[in-house]
Design a protein around this ligand. Structure first.
Ligand code: PRP
Ligand code: ZN
Length: 300
């Protein structure tokens, strides 16, 4: 049961206090119009303009806080979530409401650079250091390769040098931690991004209403993230050709240009990024004054 002293009408969201997801999580809230002052100095912060409170915690604690109902919502890596769910033996205590487009990483098996590797069978019987014992155990069981798991809560990358393990299974994001420790990734066992999760029990009507607004705004932000607004001048004669070049756009707005009947202005939302190659092709097709603008929010 959730603690009885929680406010009934304010959503409580757990986010990472400091780490790979914290800045992006706060930026996402900001993009959704949810304002928080001086984050991270406190454990709990109230949003000024929205019925939502933020709890700043270690990422590893977030699944549990949500599953136990201490928080209604959490933003957490799917890697941490899956590990926690395996440990708990159930995925029924939470719902993944949205996967998010940040926090990308993979859980990978990495070996000392000099260690030869031809395939998973080379790892049979070795000691594998990891902070993700459940995911690692599951992978080796699925592959039918016996391995000894050494669970460490941090600094997994130094385990081979300390003689604590032969190889590791750790998160790789940019790859610089592996490189700095002369390790190389040989197998990816889990791919992850951040996700917004919710406690599986239904929210009360006030919270449910607030959460609908959060989701709608979040979808608007995520949808807009990959889109661009393009404006250009096009010779009327080349309009069909130019329209074909615009990535993922439907029904552009065509406007007359004052004082020039041979050209029109074209405005369109492109569902994909507009790359320099597209700009070059547009120019070749006779377009001029090409502007590409980011879209901040979108609601269809
Ligand atoms: C992971 C992992 C490595 C690092 C890899 O830690 O344990 O230390 O990120 O990133 P890189 O490939 O960009 O060098 P994480 O951010 O999950 O921190 P935590 O274990 O303290 O939560
Ligand atoms: Zn962590």
């Amino acid at each position: 049961m959730p603690p009885a002293n929680l406010p009934k009408d304010r959503l409580r969201l757990a986010i990472q206090k400091s780490g790979r997801l914290s800045t992006d999580s706060l930026d996402l809230l900001k993009a959704c119009g949810i304002k928080v002052k001086s984050p991270k100095e406190k454990l709990l912060l109230h949003a000024d303009n929205f019925p939502l409170d933020l709890l700043f915690v270690r990422d590893d604690d977030i699944p549990q806080l949500v599953m136990d109902g201490v928080c209604d919502l959490g933003i957490v890596g799917q890697n941490v979530l899956e590990e926690s769910a395996l440990e708990r033996g159930t995925t029924s205590a939470y719902v993944v409401e949205r996967t998010l487009d940040f926090g990308g990483c993979r859980l990978a098996i990495a070996l000392p650079e000099e260690r030869p590797y031809t395939g998973l069978k080379d790892l049979a019987g070795l000691r594998i250091a990891t902070s993700y014992p459940q995911l690692t155990k599951r992978y080796f069981a699925q592959q039918g390769v016996p391995a000894e798991i050494v669970t460490l809560s941090g600094s997994v990358e130094i385990a081979p040098r300390l003689g604590l393990a032969d190889v590791i299974c750790d998160l790789v994001s940019s790859g610089s931690t592996l490189e700095a420790n002369k390790l190389r990734a040989v197998e990816t066992i889990f791919k992850s991004t951040a996700a917004l999760i919710r406690n599986a029990r239904p929210l009360n009507p006030e919270k449910a209403h607030a959460f609908d607004i959060v989701l709608r705004r979040l979808d608007g932000v995520q949808k807009a993230a990959g889109t661009k607004y393009i404006m250009l001048h096009a010779p009327r004669a080349n309009l069909t050709e130019i329209r074909k070049l615009l990535p993922g756009s439907e029904n552009p707005t065509i406007l007359p240009l004052a004082g020039d009947d041979s050209k029109v202005a074209l405005h369109a939302v492109c569902a994909e990024d507009v790359f320099w190659e597209t700009m070059d092709a547009l120019k070749q097709a006779g377009a001029s004054s090409i502007l590409v603008l980011p879209i901040e929010k979108m609601m269809l």
